[in-house]
Ligand binder design. Structure first.
Ligand code: OXD
Ligand code: MN
Length: 614
């Protein structure tokens, strides 16, 4: 077998050598490339893809060192229905995951991977999720037959020789990936090889391995992200007492210079990347970004919860991103970036819906055809891959192996009614219940009925690698591991309330979300007031800084309204949802649901009591 460098020179790790040799025997590639992680490697791979017609180099004057790719139209997003958790017991995958018997699945996968890399190069990518050497980081080895995956992993992870040097005898997560298109002798490759009919994104939590077949796109193929950093890591976190979460991490500094770090979990299409890079509208307040998608949190010796972002880049949704909606994301993608399924302008730059008010003339759309106004220029799930350090507000502790201490945890979803702008949990148990209750109305960005409510506990529905009921239990137990003074406060937000006629949003959102963050910041130190309600603590109207927003008193009241009739229905809705967990549903969640019900009914009965005042 032809290697770019001898395997023994590259690593002395026996397990790693065995892993590579076994996979060569299975996948039968033409040759093997052991990644170094250097810029030269990235440039060479990109150049070759340009020569092969798979990538287009963008206009260097406009977007230096950046590349455009278009995928197969059948391979444009994560495929939840083809994603499996193959735990030994079905009950350990739970009702929210697709389970399959691990032995049967292994046989299926071994058949699919047998010879799957014929005629192709097998790349071996050592990568670290988190800063190399941090006690919070973990290492993976991805084997792939896609150079596009290698280049994306260059941006999204710390990878290459430096990881191998660190690995020594350590364990690693085995990540197998093939696009599933072996090439026969003299067969010409397609521009985006994949096998949409046979996609399998499979996780074996007990042996901590990932096997992904048939897709070259995003979360299906960049295995460090959703597969490792969330699905497999969540099972490791449960076992070892930490948290692997679908959360952004941001630093917030008040005008007096005090700084705190918050994490926030929102389902897809609720503006996580925008919030992670928020440009505050309140003078003197500052936001800095640690991460926009994933947080790994462990309790440190000081008893506090510390978080790292395991990723090194942003894999963001492009449509809707503009210098107005997310200035810092736009600055992050000005150079050294990969764009997939966006539109190409006539001067070889990129464009997508929402980037500018006016569409440029004569674009080529994401399908490679001349753009016409009747069709979308970019696919709604078109992506940019950009290095995190290019974000103008990247936090100085982004690379800190210790991570950053977390003062508050925020949950939220997209609801046009019922859920107020912000409320605070009474305590950790109640906060866990809020996380478990996350739901969001679906948007056009995902498959399904627009406006329909989708329950997405902790925004982890597609990403929890084990039984979600056990995951609730893990969260419920966390307050026993920490003293109450160190426990982060928990909040729930809803930026998406609409007016009575369901026309426009009544909260301006984006930069003005700093006003809500300010209230939370001050609640962490009990420096600002609150009003206790049946569902949690909300700001007193005068505690929310809305200077200059021109919101009517009516609107403000609507933003903080708790409609008890609607909450009575919400309790029933939640009860109905939680019934999917049957007798696995933890007592702590049942207890919180009952308490919420009691508080709502009590408040309602107060409202109905006759007044005896003369
Ligand atoms: C993502 C997602 O791509 O959550 O980050 O779907
Ligand atoms: Mn995500």
């Amino acid at each position: 077998m032809d290697f770019n460098i001898p395997l023994d020179e590259w690593t002395a790790n026996k397990n790693l050598k065995k892993f590579i040799k076994d996979k060569i025997d299975l996948c039968k590639p033409k040759n093997v490339y052991l990644c170094s992680g250097t810029k030269e490697e990235y440039d060479e791979l990109m150049n070759q893809m340009v020569i092969d017609g798979k990538a287009i180099k963008l206009n260097d004057q406009k977007r230096p060192n950046s590349y455009f790719f278009k995928s197969d139209p059948e391979d444009v997003a994560r495929v939840e229905e083809r994603t499996f958790i193959c735990s030994e017991k079905e009950i350990d995958a739970g009702p929210t995951n697709n389970w399959h018997n691990p032995n049967e699945m292994k046989i299926k996968l071994l058949n699919l991977f047998d010879g799957s890399m014929q005629g192709r190069t097998m790349y071996v990518i050592p990568f670290s999720m988190g800063p190399i050497g941090s006690d919070k980081s973990h290492i993976g080895i991805e084997i792939t037959d896609s150079a596009y995956v290698v280049c994306n992993m260059h941006i999204m992870t710390r990878m290459g020789k430096k990881v191998i040097d660190h690995l020594k005898d350590e364990d690693f997560i085995e990540c197998m990936h093939s696009v599933g298109k072996p090439l026969q002798e003299n067969e010409k490759d397609t521009l985006w090889p994949c096998d949409p009919e046979n996609r399998y994104i499979v996780h074996f939590p007990e042996e901590k391995s990932i096997w992904s077949y048939g897709s070259g796109y995003g979360g299906n193929a960049l295995l460090g992200k959703k597969c490792f950093a969330l699905r497999i890591a969540s099972t490791m976190a449960k076992k070892d007492g930490w948290l692997a979460e679908h959360m952004l991490i941001l630093g917030i500094t008040n005008p007096e210079g005090e700084k705190k770090y918050f994490v926030a979990a929102f389902p897809s299409a609720c503006g996580k990347t925008n919030m992670a890079m928020l440009n505050p509208s309140l003078p003197g307040w500052k936001i800095e970004c640690i991460g926009d998608d994933i947080a790994w949190m462990k309790i440190s010796e000081d008893g506090r919860l510390w978080a790292i972002n395991p990723e090194a880049g942003f894999f963001g949704v492009a449509p809707g991103t503009s210098y107005d909606t997310n200035y810092n994301a736009m600055k992050s993608l000005e150079k050294n970036s990969i764009f997939t399924n966006v539109a190409l302008t006539q001067d070889n730059d990129v464009w997508w819906e929402g980037m500018t008010k006016n569409e440029p003339e004569n674009m080529i759309n994401w399908l490679g055809k001349k753009h016409s106004k009747e069709e979308k220029a970019a696919h709604p799930n078109a992506r940019f891959t950009s290095p995190a350090h290019q974000c103008p507000i990247i936090d100085k502790d982004f690379e800190n192996p210790k991570g950053v201490p977390i003062s508050a945890i925020i949950f939220g979803g997209r609801r046009d009614d019922v859920v107020p702008l912000v409320y605070e949990a009474f305590d950790w148990q109640h906060g866990t219940f809020l996380g478990a209750s996350v739901s969001s109305q679906m948007t056009a960005a995902a498959k399904g009925n627009i406006g329909k409510l989708r329950h997405d506990p902790f925004a982890m529905l597609p990403f929890c690698g084990y039984n979600m009921a056990d995951y609730f239990d893990h969260w419920l137990g966390f307050d026993k591991k920490m003293t109450s003074k160190n426990l982060p406060k928990i909040f729930y937000v809803n930026w998406f309330l609409k007016d009575e006629n369901q026309k426009g949003f009544i909260w301006p959102g984006f930069s003005d979300n700093i006003r809500v963050l300010k209230w939370m910041f001050e609640r962490v130190d009990n420096k600002v007031g609150f009003k206790k309600t049946a569902i949690g603590n909300i700001p007193n109207i005068e505690d929310l800084n809305v200077d200059g927003l021109n919101l009517s008193k009516n609107t403000l009241e609507k933003l903080l309204e708790i409609d008890l009739d609607k909450w009575e229905k919400e309790v029933l809705e939640l009860k109905n949802y939680f019934s999917i967990f049957k007798d696995k549903l933890p007592e702590g969640i049942i207890d919180q649901l009952n308490k919420l019900n009691e508080r709502v009914l009590k408040e309602k009965s107060k409202r109905c009591e006759p007044s005896y005042k003369e």
